[in-house]
Design a protein around this ligand. Structure first.
Ligand code: ATP
Length: 363
């Protein structure tokens, strides 16, 4: 059977285990030998006990767990060619020429570079007699399939990244809890949610909890935002509302590109409205805990599709990323999606806000 390996890289997210489980089981079902690579690219570079064959039962009882049971890491070694050469040796030694990477755009970019370098690296290993002629011939091409695990929903090409829905559930639970105490004391709460470059969690969190004001990175408010914020909060109180909720993405900025922090917003509210104002930073709570039904199903579907994509790949196929489009699991060329994702970041850097919002599109 063909050798497939799966690794998780970058920040963890709920639903990664469902994806890993699906890769293992669909792979085994199709007669492949499936391997876990533990601790992300570090495990790939280090090899040894980090790369172990998976069995049907080794993924039992993980679908309901948050995080990633095979571990994730950021890995400096893999960003260097010697690191990737070591990774290739570890894969060839085990007959693995199919790699599933579950991570963010950085992880997928790394996977694509690895794939492009693969033939050259194998030539190098052959010249150094670290692999045989036969291995060079048999394992000459590396197939890659990515899927995006991230709570931020910050990847262009998929409607939802794995983990976003669970993070939203966590945010909603927190806001609901805070609303009840805010009501009792007539307080204003500023909640900071994750999203360094993407305001999805803030927007949808705000929408689903009746927040009064939301700050996101892609579409910074006009310079008179302090005035408009205070007008809005004041209006709500006059209309009889006993509390105010403001949601701010951690990467929120103004039109100069300067951060709009929870602290800064609090100052504006306190100075102008003299409201009893508190800040809650949700932090890693958003990334932890059990995955929602949606993320479990999403992980299952993406994992299954990733294995199918690898099995059907030819030398001509591009590196794929599997995505959700409408209610369909689809394959897209990985680098085109990474480039679009980077174009959003560039538009934001260049303060082209309309373009950033437009490029972000559905995700
Ligand atoms: P997150 O969205 O959680 O930040 P990410 O996958 O974008 O996830 P990164 O820290 O950018 O997170 O990348 C994770 C790992 O992928 C890096 O530590 C590195 O090992 C590898 N990687 C990232 N970019 C590259 C690259 N250009 N070349 C080789 N490897 C890379």
């Amino acid at each position: 059977g063909k050798g497939i390996a799966v690794l998780t890289s970058g920040g963890d997210s709920q639903g990664m285990n469902a994806a890993t489980r699906a890769v293992v089981r669909v792979g085994i079902y199709l007669g492949c030998k499936v391997y876990f690579i533990k601790e992300g690219y570090q495990g790939l570079v280090d090899g040894g006990d980090n790369i172990v064959e998976a069995s049907w039962s080794s993924v039992s009882g993980i679908i309901h767990k948050g995080g990633t049971v095979i571990g994730s890491a950021r890995c400096k070694d893999f960003t260097t060619r010697p690191g990737r050469i070591s990774g290739a040796q570890n894969l060839v030694d085990r007959g693995i020429t199919n790699l599933v990477v579950i991570g963010g755009d950085g992880s997928l970019t790394g996977a694509n570079i690895f794939r492009q370098e693969w033939p050259g690296i194998l030539d190098e290993l052959l010249a150094q007699k670290k692999i045989t002629e036969e291995q060079r011939g048999k394992y000459g091409h590396l197939n890659i399939c990515g899927m995006v695990g991230s709570i931020d929903n910050d990847f262009c090409g998929t409607d939802m990244t794995i983990g976003t829905d669970s993070a939203l559930h966590r945010i909603i639970d927190c806001v609901d809890a805070i609303v009840s105490t805010a009501y009792s004391h007539q307080r204003t709460f500023i909640l900071e949610v994750m999203g360094r470059h993407c305001g999805y969690l803030a927007i949808v969190g705000g929408l689903t909890t009746e927040a009064d004001f939301v700050f996101i990175p892609e579409n910074p408010p006009l310079p008179d935002w302090p005035q408009r914020l205070c007008d809005k909060l004041g209006q709500e109180r006059e209309a009889g509302q006993r509390l105010n909720i403001i949601i701010v993405a951690e990467g929120a900025i103004d039109r100069n590109g300067d951060p709009i922090s929870a602290e800064k917003i609090k100052q504006v509210v306190v100075d102008n409205l003299h409201q009893d104002t508190r800040i809650t930073v949700l932090g890693h709570v958003q990334r932890g805990g059990s995955p929602s039904a949606f993320d479990r199903v999403l992980g299952c579907r993406m994992g299954a599709e990733a294995v199918m994509a690898l099995m059907e790949a030819t030398v001509e196929s591009p590196a794929y990323v599997v995505s959700l489009d409408g209610n369909q699991a689809i394959r897209l060329p990985l680098m085109a999606c990474v480039e679009k994702t980077k174009a959003v970041a560039k538009a934001m850097e260049e303060k082209q806000w309309d373009l950033a919002v437009q490029l972000r599109g559905r995700s």
